[in-house]
Write a protein that binds this ligand. Sequence first.
Ligand code: C2E
Ligand code: CA
Ligand code: CA
Length: 578
Amino acid sequence: MTQFSILVVDDEPDNFDVIETLLADRDYELHYASSGSNAIASLDTYHPDLILLDVMMPEIDGIETCQRIKADPTWRSIPVVMVTALTSKKDLSRCLAAGADDFISKPVGRLELTARVRSMLRIRQQYQQLQSFNAQLEVTVRQRTAQLQIAIEQDPLTHLPSRSRLLRHILDALALDEAPCALICLDLDRFKFVNGSFGYAMGNELLVAIARRLQHLVPPGDSLARMGGDEFCFLIHRVERLALVEDFVRMLQASFETPFRVADCDIYVSASMGVALSTESDRQAETMLQDADTAMYRAKLQGKGSYQVFDRHMHVEMLDRLTLENDLQRGLERQEFLPYFQPIIHLNSRQIAGFEALARWQHPDQGLVSPGRFIPCLETTGAIVPVGIQILERACRQLAEWHRQGADTLTMSVNLSTRQFSSPTLLADIDRVLADTSVNPARLKLEITESAIMDNAEAAIALTKDIRSRNIQISIDDFGTGYSSLGYLHHFPVDILKIDRSFLSLNHSGERPYGVVDTIVSLSKQLRLAVVAEGIETSDQFDWLRQLGCEFGQGYLFSKPLPASEIESSFLHSELVL
Ligand code: C2E
Ligand code: CA
Ligand code: CA
């Protein structure tokens, strides 16, 4: 423990000697000052832990000396004990008012002196401990704050700057009144699929590998941040011309052409990008980020690996889109989706063989809405899964009802979207609908597009087999528009091909591309598949298809899709059409 230092201030040196004698057996370091001003001047030298201060002194007296010491923040905490012969209440309260901590009366006695000094020094010691504890605490808080700041400003996985750091950079860039800057928001396509098939650990490694590659492409002085998830963002300063940013974006796109090597696997991914310029976004950082995001979202809708530059129309579009998404969600909860039915005709006999169920949305304000307007949105949000099942259920219920009324050979075709096709609950959902509606599964046909199958061929083979094992038939929709690879047909347990209606309409030289239809019809005969021609609008098309040997057809020539009640009144009770 360090020795305590005590400063004795008295104009009479004898008094110091007395105190020195009285405290002789204590291990204190005693110093002497002969006046108030000397005392104040020596503080810096002695750094006393206690001041014993005589009150009655020439020049500046003890009271004023005490006031001056207590007025100085450096010395304020040193306890001051007044040594005085004046003991009236008035004198003592003057001492207190000057900031003194205690008194000792003159003549000084050993007992009083040692007791006062000890207790004052104890207080001083506690005060100093508290001070050093506070100082330590301050250091720790400062360190923690710095660590937190790093955590907030740096993405822990890739060590790239975080969103909040990027935001700061954007604010800085906007504050410098220089040429416009650009944000490029980059979002990986189908990253969920990577996580799903390879696991999160691989997904993380892939993100790190992508961050490394992108980091090398950042122009000097510009920055790249990870915004969270699979989203990155570049900030490019001093953009002279938009074309330069677009060149950079194309370079980024090209960088995704080489696979990323993760845990001995080559993984190919693509990214969609959105560009926003500070000039378009009123030079607001948050708005700029939003705009880049909007443009990126727009690029996603265009398909994998594309990019879009933000323009103001996109705002309106985004708002419409959000409103539509909300409306669709409500529509799903309130079961506003229902099937319309379009007859499928046996071309030779002109009899109705069955129906295709086509979704309609009974919108509370807009009336009946066609699927072209809402199916794509349901697809992106994933809500097509529950909506598709609702349509399937209502169509099956309707078919079972028509069977009960006696038309028990009628079939029902229901569309399955790509998204539904990869839904893990699809088979369970189908089983539940079959059980709930007691429909005869042999009369049910599920329509799947070529692209849904080719997106994940192996899983598709297994799934179509499972569907077939329930006695349900499989139909390939929009046939001929997808991969046009006829080879894969052998592998699929398919029953029906539906020829896309584009093959019945005129091509650009005014001719009908009937050759394709001819090929598909003869192919299906070889493979023993039924064929349905879609979009028959004229009797010319009808006659020609019949001559080709196409078995079934569907189109406005026979009937538009109609609600169940109209199907019943127009067809079911009259059997024949045309
Ligand atoms: P799709 O499966 O190819 O259905 C045929 C579409 O062609 C229907 O359009 C139908 O109304 C229309 N169509 C029928 N005959 C003719 C004709 O002679 N001329 C012309 N121009 N068009 C004809 P719709 O009802 O608007 O449905 C559009 C698409 O929406 C469907 O194409 C299908 O891909 C999708 N969709 C409809 N309902 C559902 C559903 O419940 N689930 C899923 N996943 N998709 C559905
Ligand atoms: Ca269809
Ligand atoms: Ca179709």
